[in-house]
Ligand binder design. Sequence first.
Ligand code: SF4
Ligand code: FES
Length: 258
Amino acid sequence: MATPTLEKADEAGAPEPGFADSPYITVTFRIRRFNPEVSEEASWQDFQLEIDPKERVLDALHKIKWELDGSLTFRRSCAHGICGSDAMRINGRNRLACKTLIKDINPEKPITVEAIKGLTVMKDLVVDMEPFFQAYRDVMPFLITTGNEPTRERRQSAEDRERFDDTTKCILCAACTSSCPVFWNDGQYFGPAAIVNAHRFIFDSRDEGGEQRLEILNDKDGVWRCRTTFNCSEACPRGIEVTKAIQEVKRALITRRF
Ligand code: SF4
Ligand code: FES
């Protein structure tokens, strides 16, 4: 298949290609395509763009979709690292396309973009996130309390808030879970993201559902499946210490102190 090419930069005021100060370079994006209505097999397709390397991979995907091939399918919403919808494997590593600058991932070589692993690919870069969100729902990611509704806010010290500060940052992008070899081999494992979100409530001094959540994660598909490979911590675009959170949940299960 001929490589679709986009030669002209389209932003207003962009220098002409070839001009000495032009920031534009030619970059090849090698994208894993899959359309079950056309073929049962996935295949790689190259697209060449003239693009400013200070732009993001998400900008490149937009250019390809809007100007070269409207059938390219991917998720994105906020475009600013908040919604978690555009996690994908870029040059073999899970990243958010909206937070990945082209200049930072060696644009002299083809940049590979493919769907995250361990979840069923529905089309191109879009996977079925339902098993991921089911695991998230299973750990009851909400405050559980007993007794009468309080007449004032539930107070918490700064020290108690600090205990789960890191795990509040999760944006449910699935970069951690889909980088975990245990999850690749057995999609029944809850996965790092669900454990991170259980941690966020187990260690919240206002919550009273910690024992329930720990029992859920004590399951054969729970926290003991973790092999401490650190893939999850490396993949997390929010810098959450995912492996540490999993270790803390394991420790809480043994000591019943949290
Ligand atoms: S822990 Fe990090 S990588 Fe995992 S879902 Fe949350 S934000 Fe994404
Ligand atoms: S598009 Fe929302 S996090 Fe990237």
